[in-house]
Ligand binder design. Sequence first.
Ligand code: AMP
Length: 280
Amino acid sequence: MQTLDSVSAMQALAGELRAAGRTVALVPTMGALHEGHLDLIRLAATRADVVVVSIFVNPTQFGPNEDYTRYPRDLEGDLAKCADAGAHHAFIPTKDALYPPGYSTYVNEESVAKPLEGVSRPAHFRGVTTIVTKLFNIVQPTCAIFGQKDAQQVAVIRKVVTDLHLPVEIVTAPTTRDDDGVALSSRNAYLTPLQRTAAAAIPQTLETVKSMVAKGERRAERLTAEATHLLSQFRQIRIIYIAVVDPLTMQTQREVVPGNSLLAVAVWVEETRLIDNALL
Ligand code: AMP
């Protein structure tokens, strides 16, 4: 696996691959890679000739009081994992290369990004859509792989790709979970064993809601009330939102449309912010 740390080297490689008619799959990550990321890389390898993984802890998607400085970083371990999972190139730009002094251009999606995460993390998606657009311009991928775990992120990126006519196919990968059902996340490293037990209530709650829908319940209010009740049993958990939404627009739905409704959950497990979701 080749490592590239400059924008110009990555752009030169992208040009060569394009000229040679090779398809390219991009997997954007912030590093601290876990099996969820590796599943994305493995999926990417089935979708294109060449897999590029970017590793960059993007400062613009963190709020002022968020965990940018303490976000887990393990570049050496990440590079070994990328190579094992089948990546051909790792793009690891520096913060100054992507955001030099005086940087002032941002990409803003103004509808899908507004509810849910957009309420409690107001500048988050502006950072995500900016970095993803920049990576698309640098890597020029044929397709890009994103995890369903961050369902609103996928929806926002799809909207940007449509609205800005970006020639990239967006591919969604299913959520990879641990044995206790908790969605893998780099932030799980922050959890103590007791907090981890509380976090396991999140996937259990998603399963309960899914079975209520399977039994015929359609009223979003009933489903979110039950989810709230279940998660409130844990004193370590503080609910940020629980909502039944349209998976493309993220607008709340009053009634579940089977196959076209998403239960989206965000909680604080003490000082760790976790999100998860289930298609209903
Ligand atoms: P991150 O490094 O957290 O920015 O995530 C990079 C990519 O990996 C995003 O597309 C995430 O949605 C995806 N991802 C993170 N966790 C998981 C997971 N447990 N299952 C599937 N994809 C994931």
